[in-house]
Write a protein that binds this ligand. Sequence first.
Ligand SMILES: CCCCCCCC/C=C\CCCCCCCC(=O)SCCNC(=O)CCNC(=O)[C@H](O)C(C)(C)COP(=O)(O)OP(=O)(O)OC[C@H]1O[C@@H](n2cnc3c(N)ncnc32)[C@H](O)[C@@H]1OP(=O)(O)O
Length: 197
Amino acid sequence: MSAVERPRPATTPPPGAEVPVRHPDAPAPGVSLGAHYDECFGCGAGQPHGLQLEARAGEGVAVTAEFTVKPAHQGAPGLAHGGVLATALDETLGSLNWLMHVITVTGRLETDFVRPVPVGTTLHLDARATARVGRKVYCTGTGRIGGPDGPVAVRADALFIEVKVDHFIENGREEEIRAAMADPDQTRRARAFEVNP
Ligand SMILES: CCCCCCCC/C=C\CCCCCCCC(=O)SCCNC(=O)CCNC(=O)[C@H](O)C(C)(C)COP(=O)(O)OP(=O)(O)OC[C@H]1O[C@@H](n2cnc3c(N)ncnc32)[C@H](O)[C@@H]1OP(=O)(O)O
């Protein structure tokens, strides 16, 4: 059965799944992860209306992040759009890549919207990987308001799938791929994750 035909929520790890392992070269807890791509809508500085989310390494295979909701992120008047909040969770979960030194992309993202999030609010996010099975990484995250220990406003369970750099080279629009490949830092960062001892 192909992935799109799957009838069941697939974000619950099966029995016997491996425990995710923190890579020995993962950034130390508290260290900022930086953007994986400057033009990323989630974390890049090159997107003025993007989320410009800043994530940092946590303990184990976990990260924390903050994102402040701007007027450009509204759905209803004065409130964050749900898709933007899902993006914040997606980006935070995606940054777990840095802790495991793998490249993964979102296969499935299940989001609960628990409380409305007003413009100007800083969303305090955390994410952790809970299990791995082959190329599949199971992970979970929350976004809180009012502080890192504040009430949960959004949460997500997700399934990320490991890919190689070729996934981007083969599927991305040519002009951006060419520019990324011409940037030695970008290429080095991406390729480094393919070697996963
Ligand atoms: C020099 C160039 C420089 C490049 C630099 C790049 C740097 C990048 C660095 C870091 C990037 C991080 C970016 C983070 C951004 C935030 C995260 C996002 O928003 S990512 C974007 C949104 N996601 C997608 O666009 C995926 C689109 N989907 C796909 O491409 C494919 O469907 C893919 C790769 C996910 C899977 O396709 P398959 O053909 O490789 O593999 P199959 O066999 O279908 O799946 C593998 C296993 O996963 C399950 N699976 C896949 N999708 C599933 C789903 N939706 N639900 C349940 N299971 C699923 C399958 O059933 C299979 O499981 P079984 O091994 O048989 O047990």
